[in-house]
Design a protein around this ligand. Structure first.
Ligand code: ADP
Length: 496
């Protein structure tokens, strides 16, 4: 034995001050238990001070601590003491929870050593406390933040060829808590194609060179959902050999999808701006020569009518009709390009909006029999003017393309999903042929004969643009001869 160590042992034996210094400065509690008379246990002053109690008020009895230790930990402690007494090779070392005098929990690392008589029978037990509350709280906080941020952990042990996933990593993969991953199956969770190729490359490089990685990839979970994840890996190298890779695994699906959506919106918006500028310029420039033609035809009709034959006058009237129609078309185009310019995002009561549109359409419905069934509609976030145009188009089409021989039945209702409100406008009109249902949302598509039904073929193209402006879509179901049902959706959480 080193002479200093030997000397220290002697001093501890002979000098109480040395022993007191050691137990008071190095430990948060010391206890010495009489196993032959297990009620009796001496605890030092630090033992109680750490737990917030006045040592003078606490008897040297085992029941004193048993009353304030967490019941689960007491059971575990008794079991471990018994095991250690029976088999000295099993250390007594555990973290237990005590209730502080002020009520909160104190986490204590408690280690003990059974002292045996000449026959090897344990007669005393010496124990030491270290307060690990700060570490424990940090650990709990970390676990909580990982939980909130959907951050899991994983570890590849190359020596043992094993893979460990913690609870959150398993949850992100949507596998059962007792699922045992291995490397081959883990890699197969990555979506075939770029994601799987990349993770394989990253892992190979990490093993070969010790280079860490931080990458965003897609997995397909056990239930078949595609989820974006961030995988971070830190290899641990010893003598140039990779021993293990520890890593973090985060579910970033919501963020990724929002980013994608934002990108799509920006692209759409850029395209829309370009289109708006083009059609605005085009429609202005187109109207000018048209108005000149119209003006001159009017002059000819008014000033030269006595010099022209009835046939020429008839042709001129046809030209006037055609220019008028062309002017209407261009005006329609102008509206289409203006649509997404005036933006005023606000909450809109769709019940109110539909009622307003029905009132506005009053003159068109005065002479026909219309029965309206208005279900309960939601409050949505959007552009009021645009949504009004959308509803107006759908309702005026329902009126225009009705079956004249029967009363018009109009039903307006709403269905709700997690992300969307779906507004449904159903009529019992002439209906739309199967092969035309997609086309009608394109500009200038008209199915029904000109003359029979006046229109420009722009209304539904506008509706499509408006639904898309609200993050939604528009579509129609129809039975020709029986009626059509238009559906449009408005995204719920969309904000300006
Ligand atoms: P239009 O100005 O011709 O009404 P729209 O874009 O509003 O233009 O509609 C395109 C075409 O879709 C219409 O010409 C019509 O043939 C058809 N359509 C629209 N709504 C209905 C409806 N409720 N019932 C039957 N057909 C319809």
């Amino acid at each position: 034995m080193h002479y200093l160590k030997k000397e220290l042992y002697e001093r501890i034996k002979s000098d109480d001050k040395i022993f007191d210094f050691l137990q008071q400065s190095a430990l948060d509690g010391l206890w010495y238990w009489d196993l032959t008379n297990p009620d009796q246990e001496w605890m030092n002053a630090e033992f109680w001070a750490t737990l917030g109690y006045d040592p003078a008020t606490k008897p040297h009895l085992a029941s004193a601590w048993m009353n304030i230790i967490h019941p689960d930990d007491l059971a575990a402690a008794k079991l471990l003491v018994d095991t250690h007494c029976a088999d000295p090779s099993v250390p007594y070392d555990q973290v237990v929870r005590y209730q502080h005098a002020h009520g909160h929990t104190v986490w204590i690392r408690c280690r003990g050593l059974a002292i045996r008589d000449d026959n090897g029978v344990p007669v005393r037990m010496l124990g030491a406390h270290v307060d690990v509350t700060a570490e424990k709280e940090k650990e709990l906080l970390l676990r909580k933040s990982q939980e909130i941020a959907h951050i899991g952990t994983w570890e590849v042990n190359l020596a043992k060829n094993t893979l460990y996933w913690n609870r959150i990593t398993k949850r992100i993969h949507e596998v059962a808590p007792d699922f045992e991953p291995d490397l081959a199956t883990a890699v197969k969770f990555y979506k075939a194609g770029d994601s799987r190729r990349l993770i394989n490359e990253q892992l190979e490089r990490a093993v070969a060179t010790g280079e860490s990685f931080d990458t965003e990839l897609q997995i397909v979970t056990a239930t078949g959902r595609e989820v974006w994840v961030r995988a971070i890996g830190e290899p641990e190298m010893i003598d140039g050999e990779c021993q293990r890779i520890i890593g973090v695994f985060q579910d970033i699906d919501d963020r990724k999808k929002t980013e994608d959506r934002m990108l799509n919106y920006s692209i759409l918006e850029a395209k829309a701006t370009e289109m708006e500028q083009f059609s605005y310029a085009a429609s202005h420039d187109l109207r000018e020569p048209l108005l000149t033609i119209k003006g001159y035809v009017e002059v000819i009709c008014e000033d030269f009518s006595d010099q022209l034959s009835a046939e020429v006058m008839d042709h001129l009237r046809t030209i006037t009709g055609a220019t008028q129609r062309m002017d209407d078309l261009i005006k329609g185009l102008l509206d289409y390009s203006r649509l997404s310019q005036a933006k005023q995002w606000q909450s809109i009561d769709m019940n109110e909006l539909v009622r307003q549109v029905l009132t506005d359409l009053g003159s068109a419905t005065k002479l026909i029999e219309v029965n309206v069934q208005l279900g309960s509609l939601p409050i949505v976030y959007g552009y009021p003017l645009e949504l009004k145009i959308l509803v107006q188009n759908l309702l005026s089409n329902a009126i225009k393309y009705r079956r004249r021989e029967i009363p018009l039945e109009l039903t307006i209702s709403c269905e709700e999903s997690d992300d969307f409100f779906e507004i449904i406008v159903a009529d019992n009109g002439i209906g739309i042929a199967d092969n035309q249902r997609e086309n009608i949302f394109q500009l200038f598509r008209q199915l029904h004969l000109q003359g029979e039904y006046a229109g420009s073929g722009i209304g539904l193209a506008n509706c499509k643009k408006i639904a898309e402006l609200h993050g939604g879509a528009i579509w129609v179901e129809s039975v020709p001869g029986e009626g059509s049902t238009f559906h449009f959706t408005v995204r719920k959480e969309l904000r300006e």
